[in-house]
Design a protein around this ligand. Structure first.
Ligand code: ASP
Length: 452
């Protein structure tokens, strides 16, 4: 058994957390590859080291005095090393590293910013490796540069280059525990590039896929993924097992445990993923895998949802006979750089659901005008303040009762269903409702499916 273990920012926020990481890693010899984030928040009013680094970079780019901000960051690391009883050597290494990044070429703003953003993970990995060594275990810090973790040159939004999967296999030849910084890699021009925010999850998955690991353990600060958002329903039931497809459907709308792209590298490799809690490692956590667990207690796996959608409703007599009508509408959205989410349709009607953040009064007027003038639509309207709720479960559509229960629950609570989409995804039912009904809908659906 070989595992990749990833620790998020809250698992590395202070010395106590780093000790927990040490205990988790050294308690299991199969935990050979460890990916770390930058130190995160110690409490709700604290600032993540990555955000502190962004501020540092912005000050440097504006040619302002950076001394205070630099000291704040060093202090964060020093608090950790002091709490771990480590010498100040590593702080000098971190200072030197930050100064050299600050002195790097500023001509491309995004490149400079990425170079500084990556310093959180990079220095945290050095610190953790040194601490594990000081406790008598062999651990090696490995830079993504040394092993060819190559990414596209999109600063702040990079994606993996396929050659990396082969390159990273060299990690197998390292002795002891490998400590690898998450969140960044290198472009083919050897520039530091970062993944989107939260990208250490992606790094962990990339390593797990490259090294054909049996398990990718993702340590965070919750015991499980829950059947519903715990901020809406208190103490909801945990999910023991779920499939990659279910996780994708749930995280599309509101389940933010994991970085959205993190499962892509392991999805094709059949690697198992285990979400676990650094503060309670004995809890089994949630397993994510390809196959459906046959011992499920409930007909669905979870309920998620999100607010902030708008619907463009279009009506034209004999629309169904007009070849290319839908394409032309979508083309207009494409020209405005608006991604669309769903498009339920009738014989003479089509509705396009998009996230409201892509609209403003000017864009709306333009779209309505174009659809009316160029496509000769009779009626075009845009409705705002809509929410989507997803009822997710691999086998939920095999059970004829699922849709019945869903509409019954909403009806009993006086919630009007504005749109319903069942069947295009074999494992979810999507319901459109008013934003104002969102929390109430989640609660009543949870009670119906999990409590009755
Ligand atoms: N430190 C980075 C962030 O705050 C990446 C990560 O934690 O995964 O987004």
């Amino acid at each position: 058994m070989l595992k990749v273990v990833k620790f998020g920012g809250s698992s590395l926020s202070d010395a106590t957390q780093v000790k927990k990481v040490f205990n988790i890693v050294t308690s299991d010899p199969s935990r050979k590859f460890v990916v770390v984030s930058a130190p995160g928040k110690r409490n709700s009013s604290d600032t993540k080291v990555t955000d502190m680094l962004i501020k540092l970079a912005e000050k440097a780019l504006a040619y302002e005095d950076v001394t205070h901000q630099l000291n704040l960051i060093l202090q964060r690391f020093q608090d950790i090393t002091a709490g771990l009883g480590m010498s100040d050597d590593i702080i000098r290494v971190i200072l030197q590293d930050l100064v050299s990044r600050l002195n790097s070429d500023k001509s491309i703003k995004e490149r400079f910013l990425d170079n500084l953003k990556a310093a959180g993970e990079d220095n945290c990995a050095k610190l953790v490796a040194q601490y594990i060594n000081s406790q008598g275990f062999k651990a090696t810090y490995v830079s993504p540069k040394d092993v060819g973790l190559l990414l596209t040159s999109e600063f702040g939004n990079a994606q993996i280059l396929p050659v990396s999967y082969q390159n990273l296999k060299v990690l197998n030849s390292y002795e002891g525990i490998v400590i690898f910084p998450g969140f960044f890699g290198y472009s083919v021009n050897q520039e530091v590039v970062t993944l989107p925010r939260g990208g250490s999850d992606v790094t962990g998955a990339i390593l797990a896929a490259s090294l054909d690991c049996d398990l990718y353990e993702n340590f965070t600060d919750v015991d499980y993924i829950y059947t519903v958002n715990p901020n809406i329903v208190s103490n909801p039931l945990p999910i023991d097992h779920l499939t990659f497809k279910e996780m994708r459907e749930l995280s599309y709308a509101g389940f933010s445990v994991f970085h959205e792209e993190a499962l892509t590298p392991v999805y094709y490799k059949f690697t198992h993923v285990n979400i676990k809690n650094t503060n309670n490692p004995a809890a089994p956590g949630t397993m994510i895998h390809q196959q459906v667990n046959e011992n499920r207690k409930h007909s669905i796996t979870g309920i998620s949802g999100d607010k902030g959608f708008s619907t463009i409703n279009i009506r034209k007599y004999l629309m169904n006979r007009e070849i290319g009508f839908g394409r032309k509408v979508l083309q207009m959205l494409e020209e405005e750089s608006i991604p669309y989410e769903h498009s339920p349709s009738g014989i003479d009607d089509i509705s396009i659901i998009i996230r409201s953040k892509y609209l403003n009064e000017q864009i709306e007027d333009k779209l309505i005008c174009r659809i009316k003038n160029e496509l000769k639509a009779e009626e075009v309207s845009i409705i705002h303040n809509q929410a989507l709720v997803m009822i997710v479960g691999e086998k939920c559509l095999d059970d004829s009762n699922t849709l019945h229960k869903c509409s019954e629950a909403l009806c009993e609570s006086g919630i009007v269903i504005k749109m319903l989409n069942q069947g295009s995804s074999k494992l979810s039912i999507m319901v459109g409702i008013a934003d104002a009904d969102f929390e109430k809908a989640i609660r009543c659906l949870y009670n119906k499916f999990f409590m009755e």
